[in-house]
Design a protein around this ligand. Structure first.
Ligand SMILES: Nc1ncnc2c1ncn2[C@@H]1O[C@H](COP(=O)(O)OP(=O)(O)OP(=O)(O)O)[C@@H](O)[C@H]1O
Length: 279
């Protein structure tokens, strides 16, 4: 699998606040090595403050690492000038936020077209592309409305449409569905999976919710106190947690998985029995 993102021994220590007492600063990220394959959905998971958002912001260069390498699409972000970094960010990446971050005075279609506007795409073309992605997220009929006229789920569809409009090679999603009610949240997860089935993108998705991670992830990276505890498929983490912390995260998931595996294993035998009956 070709990697879209590779992190080598990445550490991040934020500078101290001016009024902070003297002393060593704890690392927000501590020696993280990780790869995200092209077309993969990687969910960064962990408790509040473990470093998920910092890791996501390292990947688009908004936060520089203190040491180590962050390589995206073959570019070592630490070696790029601010101008080249901005070019790479605008050309290949998009971010979806928990807070939607829509412009209240722009219509839905102008919000969806925003990334294309900054990229200098002419108006007719950006509206054509924005209309296409609004259709994909099920908002074709809402193009002329304004954010305050939409529900939370619809607003987040606009946020997703705006990100998709630039056709990003890397889509970064920071707790993107966390503000939504459980049913809308599940709808959005399914929409994301449907879109992924149409066209595979590399997606890094921050979540603290194990059900969301199990539903979306090809692989999960579980962080704790700035360290990467375990990285693997949802089944690997649930079935073979490396320590007690991982085990506690997946408590309740493992029995459900075992039950579904048992069902899957039983299915061929049941089919064989049916075959024998009919034969
Ligand atoms: N701009 C900043 N300046 C100083 N410290 C920061 C900054 N941003 C984050 N931190 C610290 O870095 C650590 C990791 O924070 P981060 O926001 O990455 O965690 P998180 O897992 O995304 O948390 P949450 O789930 O609550 O959003 C925390 O101790 C936080 O206080």
């Amino acid at each position: 699998m070709t990697a879209m993102v590779t992190l080598h021994h990445v550490t991040k220590i934020y500078p101290p606040a001016p009024d902070a007492p003297a002393g060593g600063r704890a690392a927000a990220l501590d020696g993280i090595s990780l790869d995200v394959g092209e077309g993969e959905i990687c969910v960064l998971m962990g408790l509040s403050g473990c470093g998920k958002s910092t890791l996501l912001r390292l990947m688009n260069g908004l936060v520089p690492s203190t040491s180590g390498q962050v390589i995206v699409g073959g570019h070592d972000l630490g070696t790029l000038s601010e101008r080249k970094l901005q070019y790479l960010r605008r050309g290949t990446m998009a971010m979806v936020f928990q807070s939607f971050a829509l412009f209240p005075h722009r219509s839905v279609i102008d919000n969806a077209a925003f990334g294309l506007e900054i990229a200098g795409v002419p108006k007719a073309e950006r509206h054509r592309r924005a209309a296409e992605v609004l259709e994909q997220v099920g908002l074709a009929g809402n193009a002329k409305q304004f954010p305050h006229q939409l529900s939370g789920g619809m607003r987040q569809r606009v946020g997703l449409a705006r990100a998709l409009a630039v056709d990003p090679a890397l889509l970064l999603m920071d707790e993107a569905f966390s503000a939504l009610d459980p049913l809308t949240r599940r709808d959005m997860q399914d929409l994301l999976l449907d879109l992924q089935a149409e066209k595979r993108r590399t997606i890094v998705f921050v979540s603290h919710d194990v059900d969301e991670a199990m539903h979306l992830a090809d692989r999960i990276a579980l962080l704790h106190d700035g360290k990467l505890l375990q990285h693997g498929t949802p089944e690997e983490l649930a079935a073979s947690p490396v320590d007690e912390h991982v085990r506690r995260f997946f408590r309740g998931v493992a029995p459900a998985l075992q039950a579904s595996h048992a069902l899957a294993a039983a299915a061929p035998q049941a089919a064989a029995r049916m075959g024998a009956l009919h034969g």
